[in-house]
Every structure is written in structure tokens, then in C-alpha cells.
Design a binder for this molecule. Structure first.
Ligand SMILES: Cc1cc2nc3c(=O)[nH]c(=O)nc-3n(C[C@H](O)[C@H](O)[C@H](O)COP(=O)(O)O)c2cc1C
Length: 205
């Protein structure tokens, strides 16, 4: 396991991270995957509802199904693991008691639960899942940085057929799939960052 003592800082991980589409076959140890996911799940979310879910795909059979669903993008077959990041807002809202802090006084817990219920009461299933999507991308950002920080490379993907992915993993039809993430030890450099200058995207007013 890569310990925190050897981990890169957030700034260093962001600077070094690039989308990597070619990997060595070396599997990612379960403990490292768990550590990366543990860090990703420290991401914040509205109401602390944490609607993100992760399916870690390592079997050749399931990877083949994901590869077909992802237009045969080479990183899917090349990486030793592919993380399917999906969101299930229905489940997150139904289990809201799990995420309201247990140490709060009963009255404040009840108020927090009531405000969650009120927020979602008149939302369509589509709106709930769109909301979950937004939270999922926060976890995606954390995940990409956590992986790099712990010495692994990644490739986030949106180029896939979500229905084919949910079918392959036998997920409920209402979940959303913000991204697939190929992960492993990269064997290519990737493309140097080419970003907008800060002044193009940020304005101090
Ligand atoms: C949400 C998301 C979806 C992406 N989808 C794909 C994809 O389907 N295929 C791909 O090759 N790259 C995909 N990328 C990678 C981007 O092209 C890449 O992040 C961008 O060009 C910047 O390059 P860098 O990641 O190397 O810094 C995706 C990135 C993000 C964040």
C-alpha cells in the first residue's frame, strides 16, 4: 500500500495528472484501490448525501462488456481495473438517516431530515438523478487526484453508452453514470497540460 507518507500533495498530484490511455498489466492491489476510494469518498456533497457509488471492474469478461459500451476506447482493455462511478440519488435520499450526524440532538436530526425530504419532495426522478450527477463529479475530481497522489494513473471517460454499462453491471435503471475511470500504472507520458490562463476563466470583482 502506498502510505500517506509517500503521497503527493494535492498541487503536485494536479500538476502531474494527465489522462493516460496505455497501462501495464500489473493489477492494482485491493488495498490501494480501497485507499483511493476512501479518499474520493471524503468529497463533500449537498446535504452530505454522498450519492456516489463505485463498481470496480477487473474481470476480463466485464471489462470486455465495458470496452464495447465505451466505443472500444483502448484504455478500458489496457487498464488492469476500470472504476464505474455511478450515482444513486434515490438510494441516497431513502437512506438519509445514515448521513445525518448521529451526535446531533434528536430535534436537529429531525430538522435536517425534514429539510432533505422537503428539498426532494417535488423533484422528478430525472431531477434527482441530475442532482446526483453533479455530486458524482466532485467525487470524480477527488478520485483522479487521489489516484495520482498514490502513484497511479487514470483516464476519466464520458464516451460510453450508459445503458449498456448499467446493463452489464446489472445496476438499477434509475442510476446515472458520471464517468468510467481506467486506472493502473501508466506506460505512456500523456499530453502536457494545455489550459486556459487563469485570467481567462477567473475574475476578481
Ligand atoms: C468527465 C470527463 C470525460 C472524459 N471523457 C473522455 C473519453 O471518453 N475519452 C477520452 O479519451 N478522454 C476523455 N476525457 C479526458 C479529457 O479529454 C482530458 O481530461 C482533457 O483533454 C485534458 O487532458 P488531461 O486529462 O491529460 O489533463 C474525459 C475527461 C473528463 C473529465
Amino acid at each position: 500500500v502506498v502510505t500517506a507518507a509517500h503521497a503527493l500533495s494535492v498541487a503536485d498530484a494536479a500538476a502531474r495528472r494527465r489522462s493516460i490511455r496505455q497501462y501495464s498489466a500489473e493489477p492494482v492491489p485491493r488495498a490501494d484501490l480501497e485507499e483511493i476510494l476512501r479518499v474520493a469518498t471524503l468529497a463533500p456533497s449537498a446535504f452530505n448525501l454522498q450519492p456516489w457509488r463505485f463498481a470496480i471492474v477487473e474481470s476480463l469478461e466485464l471489462k470486455a462488456a465495458l470496452s464495447a459500451a465505451a466505443n472500444h476506447q483502448k484504455q478500458v482493455a489496457s487498464a488492469p481495473a476500470v472504476i464505474v462511478l455511478y450515482t444513486d440519488t434515490a438510494d441516497a435520499v431513502a437512506r438519509a438517516e445514515d448521513v445525518v450526524r448521529p451526535d446531533l440532538p434528536a430535534e436537529r436530526r429531525a430538522r435536517a431530515l425534514a429539510s432533505i425530504a422537503k428539498h426532494f419532495a417535488n423533484r422528478s426522478a430525472e431531477e434527482r438523478e441530475a442532482w446526483g450527477y453533479a455530486q458524482g463529479y466532485i467525487a470524480l475530481g477527488y478520485l483522479l487526484l487521489a489516484a495520482e497522489s498514490l502513484g497511479y494513473q487514470t483516464s476519466p471517460m464520458l464516451g460510453f453508452d450508459a445503458e449498456a454499462v448499467t446493463r452489464a453491471l446489472q445496476l438499477p435503471a434509475h442510476v446515472r453514470v458520471p464517468a468510467l475511470v481506467a486506472i493502473g500504472r501508466g506506460v505512456e507520458e500523456g499530453v502536457p497540460h494545455h489550459r486556459h490562463r487563469l485570467a481567462r476563466v477567473a475574475r476578481f470583482t
